[in-house]
Design a protein around this ligand. Structure first.
Ligand code: 3H9
Length: 669
């Protein structure tokens, strides 16, 4: 099959790109476009050329799978030059998404027409890149500095209508008549002749750049690409001669392309998509129909889980044991929606519609007709077994019974029912209506269609679902504990909470382990027996009434705005605990903190893979990026571990006395 075909409609030559699934600019597409343009230029009967695409979308960008491989076929910039310098008008006919290199292709075309549903953008920043084929220089010439700065640095596409309003496209086509409308438009363009984006002056004001940098300082912390994009847009404003701007863009692009951030972000692009695939399960596994969901528990977790489904129009019955708790839970859901409505995310009608899909109940029997029931009760095996035993008797045959447990043995929970094939874990992360990650825990007896349905429903409610096997803490929490143990030990050896947390935030985490403990609340699981001697620093903090952010004091002191400052009292408690444990304080380097806290996590990742508890290393990266704030520009613990080097990690782990995974040792050998 040819990836670019030509056809002629009177004096208009139409090039049709056909490279499923997203018409990426693979080498054969570049070759096909280049050949097609040459053909149109040579043929005297051709007066104008249309570039359009088959399938779901216009060109969605460069072929990311080609990055880092030896170049093949014509250089993209050379192809763009062929289009731009064509002596006959070239018209881009856009449907679906024109993204990245796809949009850059349209920018060198002389005219652009799009269907109203089309989206146009330069999302390269999300891959740690910039539109390096002239996008940062031509876009400002069409839409102005402000719009170009927003589009390149944030990477969000705009609608066809907005593209028309800002001058990015010339005309809207009928939704179902793009091919014919593009040819008709091309005929109009014949008389006008080619028109070059590069010849337009750059309009607008670069003050937007500082504004964007200030507004996004938190979000962009640690990232190189947003700033590089903005530098290039500024260069467009500063260089009237586009060639100078293009040269600047090239240098910035190559820097990003050869750096580790883009490699990590491109890895995550594919990792995220790969995570949805279940090894050994046919793609067409028949899914169970989920029309109605039950949630047990109206606490923070149950409420958050419920919101995900209501937002997608799926009715939920939420069950609590006590009226007061039920009312409180439903009240929190309403309050959250109303807060979003106040920010303009929903209309009040939408809020009422979502609330109308919610049935509060005190009776488990009301879950009888649910297709999926998610239990989010207290984390105790006895309680969970009791709930699942009851569900087994109440729920209809074929219903999926899921536990939101974060640590417990899903096989044991399943064994408390007569239908373990219908049971699995659906581990949401708090706040469950916000956090993207969903660990779908496959029990030994979980049926294939149950697993596939849980993964699909996860996607439907906007989560990134990852399959995990049954083990203590599954993928994420199991690795988290490998980080927490050394973090606590380092505290005893002489590091302060602030030093440790700062190493984490400098690494790119939104917070460190002690900030996280303060946020979660130190008293979770504390026995509250004040007559007992504390066995760890956390208990010592609780005994001193330092429960974390909730009462303004934990490892840190907090003001009303929850800003943290180091706490002399907390430091004294640590010091006291240290001396009572007969530990000697010593200087600890930031590098030691990294090696002690993060290398054991990488090691645990290898053990998880060896035991088959994760399908692939990239799934582990997805868990850590979407569930625990691992910085995406470092690609997750497994990708980062490869960058650090297996040998270095193994040597350090051996020095630390950590038992090293065989597969990690083999990699280091
Ligand atoms: C660029 O253009 C650089 C330039 O400036 C040049 C400088 C010199 N390449 O997302 P989906 C695959 S950088 C290769 O599930 P959707 C994807 O992996 C690029 N493959 O579909 C998946 O494969 P599989 C700038 C790609 O309908 C399949 O297509 N462009 C590419 O939910 C379906 O993908 C971008 O960053 C690609 N470019 O969403 C756009 N794109 O089936 C990136 C997708 O094996 N793409 N695949 O898992 C997207 O944002 C979405 O894919 C899109 C469709 C919105 C297009």
């Amino acid at each position: 099959m040819q990836s670019v075909t030509t056809s002629q409609d009177g004096e208009i030559l139409v090039l049709s790109v056909n490279n499923p699934p997203v018409n990426a600019l693979s080498w054969h597409v570049r070759q096909g476009i280049s050949d097609g343009i040459e053909q149109g230029l040579k043929d005297d009967s051709v007066k104008a050329i249309v570039i359009r695409c088959e399938g779901q979308t216009f060109i969605a960008g460069a072929d990311i799978t080609e990055f880092g491989k030896p170049p093949q076929g014509p250089d993209f910039n050379a192809v763009l030059n062929t289009i731009e310098t064509a002596t006959k008008p070239v018209i881009a006919a856009i449907h679906g998404t024109a993204l990245g290199g796809g949009l850059e292709t349209t920018l060198v075309c002389h005219y652009r027409i799009a269907v109203p549903s089309a989206m146009l953008g330069v999302p390269e920043v999300k891959l740690g890149l910039l539109p390096g084929a002239g996008g940062t220089q031509r876009l400002p010439r069409l839409v102005g500095i402000e719009q170009a700065a927003v589009m390149t640095s944030l990477g969000e596409p705009i609608s066809a209508q907005k593209a028309l309003d800002t001058g990015l496209i010339d005309k809207l086509a009928g939704e179902d008549s793009l091919a014919a409308d593009a040819v008709a438009f091309a005929r109009e363009c014949v008389a006008k002749g080619p028109r070059h984006t590069r010849d337009l002056p750059v309009k607008g004001d670069t003050s937007i750049i500082a504004k964007l940098e200030a507004e996004n300082a938190r979000k962009w912390k640690g990232f190189d690409a947003p700033y590089a994009n903005l530098r290039c847009v500024a260069a467009a404003a500063e260089n009237p001669n586009i060639e100078d701007g293009l040269k600047f863009e090239r240098t910035e692009f190559l820097k990003l392309m050869s750096g580790s951030q883009s490699a990590a972000q491109r890895h995550m692009f594919f990792a995220e998509r790969q995570a949805a695939k279940i090894d050994g399960l046919p793609k067409d596994t028949k899914l169970r129909d989920i029309k109605k969901v039950g949630v047990i528990g109206a606490g923070t977790m149950g409420g958050g889980i419920t919101m995900n489904f209501l937002q997608k129009g799926i009715p939920v019955t939420i069950v609590e044991m006590v009226q007061e708790n039920l009312d409180r839970g439903v009240g929190v859901i309403r309050k959250n929606y109303e807060a979003s409505a106040a920010k303009g995310r929903y209309t009040s009608e939408q809020v009422e519609k979502m609330m109308g899909l919610l049935t509060p109940s005190l009776n488990l029997e009301d879950l009888a007709d649910c297709d999926l029931v998610i239990e989010a009760v207290y984390e105790s095996m006895d309680v969970k077994k009791e709930v699942f035993g009851k569900l087994d008797k109440i729920c209809k045959q074929g219903a999926i019974l899921a536990s939101n447990t974060s640590y417990l043995d899903v096989n044991e929970i399943a064994a408390s029912t007569s239908r373990p094939q219908d049971v699995l874990g659906m581990h949401f992360f708090s706040p469950a209506n916000v956090m993207k990650l969903l660990e779908v825990v496959r029990g030994d007896k979980t049926a294939d269609d149950v697993l596939a349905t849980a993964m699909a429903i996860g996607k439907k409610i906007g989560k990134i679902a990852v399959v995990a096997g049954v083990c203590h803490g599954f993928i994420g929490n199991r690795m988290l504990s490998q980080r927490q143990i050394p973090a606590n030990a380092l505290l005893m050896e002489g590091a302060s909470p602030e030093q440790i947390d700062n190493v984490f935030t400098d690494f790119g985490f939104p917070m460190g382990p002690f900030q996280m403990a303060d946020l979660a609340g130190m008293d979770i699981g504390w026995h509250r027996d004040t007559s007992l001697e504390p066995t760890n620093v956390r208990e010592a903090m609780c005994l001193a009434g330092r429960f974390g952010q909730k009462n303004g004091k934990g490892f840190y002191d907090y003001d009303e705005k929850r800003n943290r400052t180091p706490s002399p009292e907390a430091l004294a408690i640590i010091e006291d605990f240290r001396s009572r444990s007969n530990m000697q304080k010593r200087e600890i380097s930031d590098q030691e903190i990294i090696e002690r806290c993060l290398y054991p996590m990488v090691n645990e990742g290898y053990l998880i893979l060896e035991e088959g508890k994760a399908q692939r290393a990239s799934d582990i990266d997805v868990v850590w990026i979407y569930g625990y704030g691992w910085p995406v520009y470092r690609g997750g613990p497994m990708f980062w571990g490869d960058l650090e080097g297996a040998k270095k990690i193994v040597e350090s782990l051996e020095r630390q006395g950590v038992k090293v995974a065989e597969s990690l040792k083999a990699k280091a050998a």
